[in-house]
Each structure stands twice: as C-alpha cells, then as structure tokens.
Design a protein around this ligand. Structure first.
Ligand SMILES: [Zn+2]
Ligand SMILES: [Zn+2]
Length: 366
C-alpha cells in the first residue's frame, strides 16, 4: 500500500488563481526537493510519516488563501489543514506510529524544533513555523495541503487518533478544535460552575460550546441570527442564547461572565461584550476581524483581560484529541465529496454550514 501510494502521483484539487475556483490537479509528493529542485515536497525521511488521507475539514483559511486575501498565495494552491488519515509508511526513526495507525495533521508541518517556543511545545509560535499549505518548507518547497490523496510529514507534527474515534469527525479537531481548546487551557477555563460566553456559532463556536459543556461551564451563545437559537440550545445544549442586537438582554448580563471566546471574523464592536465580563474576566479573540477598537474603561474598570490566540502546540493538540475521545466530543459535520468543494466554500462564506464541511477524500479520488 505504502509503496503503491508513494509511486503514484498525488491526486488533489487546487486553486490556480485568485478566483479561488478549485479543479483537479495532480502532483508528485515523492521527489526529494533537495535532489529534484522545483519538484514538490519529499520522500519519506527517517523521521517522517506518510499517510493516506481519508478526510479533510474545510476551514475559512481555505477560502482566504485560495482567493489570495492575504496577498501571499502561491498557485497552484492545494488547501486543507484539518487532515485525518491512515499511516501507510514510516521512516526508520519513527517509533510512535506504525502502518495502519489513524492519525491527523493540523495547521503546520514544520518548525525549527530548537527555539524557546518549540522547546516549550509552542511550535505554532515558532518563527520558522511552516503552514501545512502555501508554506515554504525548510527545503524551499511550497507545501500542499489536505485536499489531496496523501501527505508526508515529520512525526512531530502528526497526531494519534484513538481507535474508535471516527476519522471524519477527527478532521475538524485539527484546526477548529485546537484553536478553541488551547486558549481555554491557557486561561484555566476548566473550572466547573463558571460561566463562558461564546460569540459566533460556526466551526469554532460550536466546538467552544462543546468544550465549555465538557468542562462544566455555564455556556451562553451570542449570535446575530435568531436562526441559531434552536441549534445552540437544543442541538448543542448551550444554557443560554442571546441575540447580540437585543440591548435589554445584553444589559442584564453585564458583569456576569468569567470568560468569553470570540470566534467571529466579521467586524463587530468588542465593547458590548467586554462589559459583560466580571472583574478579572478574560475575553479571547480567536478570529481575524480587520481592526479592533475598545474603550479603555471596559478593560481598566474591572481589570479585564483581552487576549488573542491561534491554533495550538503539538502537546496541546494530542491532549485535545485524547480529551475528545475520552469524553465523546464530536464535531458536527456535513460530509461532501471533493467535486462539491466550490459550492461548499461559497456556502462557508455565506455561513451556511452546520457546522463544518468535511471532504470525504478517500471516496473522492476513486
Ligand atoms: Zn483552519
Ligand atoms: Zn522553533
């Protein structure tokens, strides 16, 4: 199986230009970029794991980079950084993974492995961190992501998915899941009985509700859309739902929350939410609105904290996956085939997804 996969071209879908339209694309992952400059990625080295991708989640990052929103896209661009699959080959030094293991790969595939951040398992903050797609790896090759049939990755950036955890549901953990989990651990939110506000109910927001409930928190969901009420309370089990435009309801919550996770990328005012925090409360920004502005009084009076966060380190990522498996936490997904991806990205832009698209990669390239 491994040899067969390595000798084949990698099947993928790629965007070719800033229109962001994806179409079928084939490339070779098995050339060694050192010896075959200009070819893409590499052979399986001693510390590498090669996996057959079975599923890949669809993240807003896929929209941003296929459409060159950050003005640094390199085409052809194969997106995807919520990867789940099965190990097909391991390098000679790899001890913790074996052929047949279920594994995941997240938002990055390399880092320097020897800086303060890497040594502290904060590889996501390493200055040499290499994104899973549209990144330039240490050998100069441009990384290609999970909308493809297989990938080769250094074992440090590969995660074990426990037996019995569905691979389709594991995929969104690798970005949405860890993006939410890491700040919750960093800010000590695992305190049963305390209160959590979640702004926005998309891929990240729905995971925030699930983790919040698993940690024993009282969860309030804030949304601009009344249509999310039923999903928030009945499907996800949030304790409270508040329309953010409802000033009366917002007023009654002033000074009542210990924590807030803000998952909304659309531009929105932060002050109405900061004022909902208790003294010493923490609000964490997980998204990328164009600009943020806060009134200093909302931080100073109440000694509140506004923080930011992006993905998580390798130790946190494995811990989060294990926590989800042990507590039966599963993302809500809509499975699609790769040939639906252009519609799916359009629907994601329109926030028309409950709550994460996952591409059935293994049945898309047959
Ligand atoms: Zn992502
Ligand atoms: Zn480093």
């Amino acid at each position: 199986m491994a040899v067969e996969c390595e000798n084949e071209n990698c099947h993928a879908w790629a965007a070719r230009d800033p229109s962001g339209i994806l179409s079928p694309y084939k490339f070779e992952r098995s050339f060694d970029a050192y010896n075959f400059p200009g070819q893409i990625t590499r052979t399986v080295r001693s510390d590498d794991v090669s996996l057959r991708i079975t599923h890949c989640g669809v993240c807003y990052a896929d929209v941003a980079w296929t459409r060159n929103m950050l003005h640094n896209s390199m085409y052809p661009l194969v997106p995807g950084h919520e990867i789940a699959g099965v190990v097909t080959e391991v390098g000679s030094e790899v001890k913790i993974f074996k052929v047949g293991d279920h594994v995941g790969v997240g938002t990055y595939v390399n880092s320097c492995q020897d800086c303060e951040n890497c040594n502290g398992f904060l590889e996501n903050h390493c200055s040499k961190n290499v994104f899973t797609f549209n990144g330039v790896d240490a050998d100069g090759s441009v990384t290609k992501g999970g909308y493809s049939s297989h990938i080769v990755v250094h074992q440090r950036y590969c995660f074990k998915i426990p037996d019995g955890y569905p691979l389709a549901k594991a995929a969104p953990l690798l970005c949405a899941g860890i993006t939410v989990y890491t700040p919750m651990m960093r800010h000590n939110m695992k305190q049963p009985g305390k209160s959590l506000g979640v702004i926005g109910l998309g891929g990240l927001g729905h995971m925030a509700v699930k983790f919040g409930k698993a940690f024993g928190l009282k969860v309030t969901v804030f949304s601009t859309s009344e249509s999310k009420r039923e999903e928030a309370t009945s499907l996800l089990g949030a304790h409270n739902f508040v329309l953010s435009s409802d000033e009366n309801q917002m007023e009654t919550l002033k000074g009542s929350l210990h924590f807030i996770l803000d998952t909304t990328s659309a531009d929105h005012p932060l002050d109405p939410y900061l004022s909902l925090l208790k003294v010493g409360g923490v609000m964490v920004l997980l998204s990328f609105p164009s600009e943020i502005k806060v009134h200093p009084a909302n931080l100073n009076l109440g000694a509140r904290c506004l923080s930011g966060s992006v993905t998580g380190g390798t130790k946190d990522t494995q811990e989060m996956i294990n926590f989800c498996a042990a507590n039966k936490i599963y993302p809500e997904i809509e499975m699609i085939k790769i040939n639906y991806i252009n519609e799916a990205l359009q629907r994601l832009i329109g926030r028309d997804v409950r709550f994460r698209f996952v591409i059935d990669i293994e049945n898309s390239f047959k």
